[in-house]
Design a protein around this ligand. Structure first.
Ligand code: GAR
Length: 223
């Protein structure tokens, strides 16, 4: 295979259900995304996302923090496991641990994350409940480069969904999830086709710096 036709090698990091991983894997297998998912890697050996990977015939690897004395040594083992897979891009899809600075620096410019809010709003946890408590009428998700600032790296793309009067945190989370499943494969596709890069803290799409994230609005947000 020549360099021009070689698919982008992607490692997905996850801690839970892995529905974003599944959305990216589906786009990869139906040919809309020029990537090869070389493995799903989790901090939780029992994560359902690893089960999904095995079902899809994708390598599933667990690197549990319980087997290491501290964050730095766990992250080193994680880094070692990832590097053995020689990825071009590492995609965090519901990976719920905070990385050490050394880990982030090692993958700088090739580490993406999806966060369930319209960043910079609602960094951290419980984003759907907090949006409801604030009376937000619009909510959504963001794909961003991971930097040393938690949920603070440059945002590449965002998708918004409406907040409905009858919403609970669960119903809103489900609507955001549907939006994530569209947005994340699209952004990964930009990276895989060489359209997306980060230089310093500046994101370039198609060669031009972006001053605002690319925005998608999914009124229905169903798949
Ligand atoms: C997603 O909603 C993702 O945005 C969120 O975890 C969920 C994982 O779902 N990530 C974070 O909260 C990261 N701070 P999935 O396992 O079904 O893809």
């Amino acid at each position: 295979m020549t360099e021009a036709t070689r698919k982008t090698r992607v490692v997905v990091l996850l801690s839970g259900s892995g529905s974003n991983f599944a959305a990216i894997a589906a786009a990869a297998s139906n040919g809309t995304l020029p990537v090869e998912i070389v493995a799903a890697v989790s901090d939780r050996p029992a994560a359902f996302g690893l089960e999904r990977a095995r079902t899809l015939g994708i390598t599933a690897i667990a690197v549990s923090p319980r087997d290491y004395p501290d964050r730095a040594s766990h992250d080193l083992a994680l880094l070692d496991a990832i590097d053995k897979l020689a990825p071009d891009l590492v995609v965090c899809a519901g990976y719920m641990r905070i990385f050490s600075p050394a880990f982030v620096r090692h993958y700088s410019g090739r580490l993406l994350n999806i966060h369930p809010s319209l960043l910079p709003a609602y960094k951290g946890l419980d984003t759907h409940r907090r949006a409801l408590e604030d009376g937000a009428t619009v909510h959504g998700c963001s794909v961003h480069y991971v930097t040393e600032e938690l949920d603070g790296g440059p945002v590449v793309g965002q998708a918004s969904v409406p907040v409905l009067p009858q919403d609970t945190a669960e119903s809103l989370a489900e609507r955001v999830h549907h939006a994530e499943h569209r947005l994340y494969p699209e952004v990964v596709g930009w990276y895989a086709s060489g359209r997306l890069r980060m230089d310093g803290q500046v994101v370039f799409l198609d060669g031009a710096p972006i001053s605002h994230p690319v925005h998608r609005s999914y009124a229905d947000a169903t798949e």
